[in-house]
Design a protein around this ligand. Structure first.
Ligand SMILES: Nc1ncnc2c1ncn2[C@@H]1O[C@H](COP(=O)(O)OP(=O)(O)O)[C@@H](O)[C@H]1O
Ligand SMILES: O=P(O)(O)OC[C@H]1O[C@](O)(COP(=O)(O)O)[C@@H](O)[C@@H]1O
Length: 324
């Protein structure tokens, strides 16, 4: 392979730049030309390619976001869009791809390979940590530390004003961010999509805590929880608590997706970036590079996309035990 392309797609995540840097420098080390594809699949369709040299990725390892920009591409969902993308890659002489993103990005890459035979190796980049085949995805560690910092600060007000706070964190359909923040932030309860926590259970936990002389409480809610969004949950709980507690709601939102990546995310991204280029040049395709028990793994896209990576039930239990 003489020329490869690298792109970021789906939501951005802290550490994506460190992965881009690792991909570019490994390609150059292996004497392969590397181009950046701007704005994910949209840029592939439009032929937005930029040549990348070693200095193109200087001074980015510490930066959040992605220098290649990211997008959710509607056009790539269509055959016509993918055909345009293939033609652009052919015109530019790009023979293989490194895709940094989540399961949607890998689904696109898999379909693209089946239709046009362009080999892709994936790097898991999403704050949600919801991909099977890797213990951690790039961005997760930074996101939970950012959310934790915010939760610690909210706790000050919860304590000063004897309040009950419902704090919503990101994660789409997954509760990884919520469970980590719940444990590390000392929450009374964590509500995640993977396990049903009823309003009744929330009411009971809060009441029991306050009976045992707690004067403030924090409930961490994953955005995809089945009881509704954080405002709906807080309203349902408030109705049951009949004005007993002073309730506030806080949605942390996109602050969780930004900022300088932690050391853990930079190291993970660097390892995955190197391994991804090595795999692509060794003739692999339709795989995601992961890290399991600190060892690099090659996971078929099929598994990364469709297999579940369940939250350990003991973590949910841990929050209950430790909030007594
Ligand atoms: N079934 C599919 N066919 C073609 N492209 C897809 C498919 N699913 C997702 N994609 C592409 O991948 C992009 C990123 O997926 P998305 O789910 O938004 O983020 P993530 O990669 O983080 O899961 C989508 O915007 C779309 O362009
Ligand atoms: O910024 P957007 O496009 O509204 O997306 C929000 C979603 O992106 C995430 O931050 C990351 O998800 P992806 O990695 O799938 O893009 C989710 O936690 C959240 O639900």
């Amino acid at each position: 392979m003489k020329k490869i392309g690298v792109f970021t797609s789906g939501g951005d995540a802290p550490g994506m730049n460190a992965a881009i840097r690792a991909v570019v420098r490994t390609a150059i080390y292996k004497e392969v030309e590397v181009v950046g594809i701007l704005r994910g699949y949209n840029g592939m369709i439009a032929g937005n390619f930029i040549p990348l040299q070693s200095h193109s990725v200087s001074n980015i390892i510490q930066r959040g976001g992605t220098i290649l920009k990211s997008a959710r591409s509607k056009e790539f969902m269509t055959y016509e869009g993918r055909k345009k993308a293939f033609e652009q890659l052919q015109k530019a002489g790009i023979e293989g791809l490194i895709a940094i993103g989540g399961d949607g990005t890998f689904t696109g890459a898999k379909v693209f390979y089946e239709e046009f035979g362009i080999p892709t190796v994936g790097i898991p980049g999403t704050i949600d940590n919801d991909l099977y085949g890797t213990d951690y995805t790039i961005g997760y560690d930074t996101a939970i530390n950012t959310a934790l910092d915010a939760i610690d600060k909210i706790r000050d007000t919860a304590d000063s004003h004897d309040r009950l706070f419902f704090i919503e964190v990101m994660g789409r359909d997954s509760g990884y961010i919520a469970i980590a923040c719940g444990i590390a932030g000392g929450a009374e309860l964590v509500m995640v999509p993977e396990t049903l926590t009823t309003i009744e259970e929330v009411v009971q936990t809060i009441n029991q805590g306050w009976k045992r002389s707690k004067t403030s409480s924090i409930v961490v809610v994953a955005e995809g929880d089945e009881e509704g969004n954080v405002h709906e949950i807080a309203a349902k709980v408030a109705a049951r608590l009949e004005g007993k507690y002073d309730i506030r709601v806080s949605t942390l939102g996109h602050i969780q997706r930004g900022g300088s990546p932690t050391a853990r995310d930079r190291i993970l991204a660097s390892r995955l970036g190197v391994a991804a280029v090595e795999a692509l040049l060794a003739g692999k395709q339709n795989i995601m590079i992961g890290v399991v028990n600190d060892e690099i793994t090659h996971v078929p896209f099929e598994d990364a996309i469709y297999k579940e990576k369940p939250i350990r039930q003991e973590f949910i239990e841990l929050v209950r035990i430790l909030s007594i």
